[in-house]
Design a protein around this ligand. Sequence first.
Ligand code: NI
Length: 193
Amino acid sequence: MAALPLTYYGDDLLRTIAEPVKKVSNDIRKLIALMFETCAAEKGIGLAAPQVGVNKQIIVLDLSCYDIEPFCLINPVIKRRFGAIETASEGCLSLPGLFMEVARHQSVVVAGRDSKGRFNLLEASDLLARAIQHEVDHLTGRLFIDLVEDKIQLANELAHLESKLAEIRLTQAKELQQGGVITATNPTVAGVL
Ligand code: NI
């Protein structure tokens, strides 16, 4: 299976409210498998469907490097956010190379369906809770940079990102012309989402 091409900052899909999944069909399961492939190929710890150009409410989390079994959530809803507000560095596969401090609740309870359509309720803390909040935000068109408090630093970082994205688009265009596989490298701190 091949990884899917990513959508990057500036793509309207990343600012669009994703559609709920009506039926967990084989096509949806195939998409989820490809999302896991893409997440692994990009060395991410989480990915939302709009990041691979699909306007559906699906997220995958892969924190296997932290001994957490990878899982997906379809139509996820955060039922509760609790615990301390913690600030930590966050990154996103759609904003390659940009890492900034973001404050989020330490813990969440999230509801959603798995790839078999079964309803799950999950309580998560720390990095997993952060990752879930980040991915669920993607489904409402929200990006982690919206939560960054230091707007001046953010403006600087976004200017850098724009030049990096111009390079990536050029590489993608060349690879498409050559019929090659699209690849991208992303640095990983605690993990990109
Ligand atoms: Ni992200």
